[in-house]
Design a binder for this molecule. Structure first.
Ligand SMILES: Nc1ncnc2c1ncn2[C@@H]1O[C@@H]2COP(=O)(O)O[C@H]2[C@H]1O
Length: 450
């Protein structure tokens, strides 16, 4: 028992202890300088380029940036790769098949108990992540693939599946407060709940189930923790690669395709099938671009008004998978308050970090990213009002309405009221008479939210 505890603590310590973190970072920097990691990682990920954040020299107005900041920026997008490589070199890959063995039986028992209720809306993904020692995404996906009979249906090789899921989980940045593997697991759990909605479940094929879960798990992989406008204004090479259009989503998709090919997960399928899967995954992941919210909402509303959704048509099922994934991606305000509040704080923390970076670089601070003026309650009220509520109103109509969608709407209203009360308290405590009005949403992406 004590031996197990030491190993378990060791695993956690490796991830979080500042001392070890510094060591890993120094290793990362060393490799960055010698270029060894570039070689090593290029071998591991042949399909897409190593990311280096080139925010420097973007504008003469920005002036000189001190070298410490320069180093930090270089790390912003590449650290995960170096971190992962260093773990591989030391045989510490978190997704090794035996990784759960270092957990107490007690923890495993509780995690298994949670999985037996995976379709419940108050599933606590933060607790599940702790119980699985940070392996929530891999553990959840393996479980869902089993219960949906996808392993048997697609004759998947379990080793390859585990390897693929491990790569996906590891390529999320654990130092992002919001866009990390726990968010991916949360979206996957929500997606599963939505695919279980009677109106959808009756019609979905195994391929739909496979695509829905895979897209949810991978939809934000390798997210750098800053948004598209930031990548554009800093002239990041991904922005030029994807011509300033769905830059992050395109990267999430192409990264997923790279990992699929590298793991060989679909290599036993005919080429036309695996190509179709890659394309459909792309269409699903690209639909999560929040700047396309209005486009999807209008089409969804039209279908509902005309009552012309025919879920026996593959194209209509695909559209509903896109909508379900979009709902899952922004469903955190529909969760119970305690879960919802944590996501709200995390997403705002990520916005504020971007804002702090922009301030440091003498750049204009992006909407919602200024911790001095954009309070969490104000950001939440705007996001709920302009993004979440309009989408979930239509989703509720689609489900005719189901118990789940009624519960989500009830949570949404309660959470909005609670943020409104908190906003009043916050506004009253502000000394300046011109405290901000609640508004905006969606992470300052300049999205169309009319
Ligand atoms: N609780 C929240 N408050 C504000 N914005 C959010 C919240 N949850 C999600 N978002 C935004 O919704 C966006 C959905 O797409 P992204 O993952 O690119 O980035 C996400 C965030 O910018």
């Amino acid at each position: 028992m004590s031996c197990l505890m030491v190993e378990r603590c060791g695993a956690v310590t490796f991830k979080w202890s500042e001392q070890n973190a510094v060591r890993v970072r120094m290793l990362a920097d060393g490799r960055l300088n010698t270029g060894h990691a570039g070689v090593l990682l290029a071998e591991r990920r042949g399909s897409y380029p190593l990311i280096g954040l080139r925010v420097l020299n973007t504008s003469s107005q920005q002036g000189e940036v001190e070298s410490g900041t320069r180093r930090k920026l270089n790390r912003l997008l590449s650290f995960q790769r170096f971190f992962h490589a260093s773990r591989l070199l030391r045989g510490l890959a978190s997704h090794s098949p035996g990784s759960l063995h270092i957990l107490d039986n007690d923890y495993l028992g509780q995690a298994a108990h949670m999985l037996s209720k995976v379709e419940t809306w108050n599933f606590d993904i933060f607790l599940f992540d702790r119980l699985t020692n940070g392996n929530s995404l891999v553990t959840l996906m393996c479980h869902l693939f089993n219960v949906c009979d996808l392993i048997h249906h697609f004759q998947l090789d379990m080793v390859k599946l585990h390897r693929f899921l491990g790569m996906v989980q590891d390529d999320y940045h654990s130092n992002n407060p919001y866009h990390n593997a726990v968010h991916a697991a949360d979206v996957t759990q929500a997606m599963y709940c939505y695919m279980k909605e009677p109106r959808l479940a009756e019609q979905l094929t195994p391929l739909d189930g496979f695509l829905g879960l895979m897209a949810a798990a991978a939809h934000d992989v390798d997210h750098p923790g800053v948004n598209q406008p930031f990548l554009m204004k800093t002239r990041h090479h991904l922005a030029s690669l994807y011509q300033n259009t769905s830059v992050l989503e395109s990267h999430h998709w192409r990264s997923t395709v790279g990992m699929l090919r590298e793991s060989g997960l679909l290599s036993h399928l005919p080429a036309n099938i695996s190509q179709d899967i890659e394309q459909q995954l792309g269409s699903l992941i690209l639909a999560t671009d929040i700047s396309r919210q209005n486009e999807f909402l209008v089409t969804f509303r039209e279908h509902l008004d005309n009552q012309d959704l025919d879920l026996q048509l593959a194209s209509h099922r695909h559209f509903m998978l896109q909508i379900a994934l979009k709902c899952a991606d922004v469903c955190n305000p529909c969760r119970d308050w305690e879960l919802s509040r944590q996501w709200s704080e995390r997403v705002c923390e990520e916005f504020y970090r971007q804002g702090d970076l922009e301030r440091k670089l003498n750049m204009e601070i992006s909407p919602l990213c200024d911790k001095l003026t954009d309070s969490v309650p104000a950001v939440q009220i705007g996001f709920i009002s302009y993004i979440v509520q309009p989408l979930f109103q239509e989703w509720q109509r689609f489900t005719e309405p189901s118990l789940l969608s009624q519960m989500m709407m009830s949570n949404l209203h309660k959470n909005k009221d609670r943020w409104s009360r908190l906003w009043c308290v916050h506004a009253a405590s502000e000394t300046q008479p011109h405290s901000e009005e609640p508004g905006g949403g969606g992470g300052g992406d300049g999205e169309d939210i009319s």
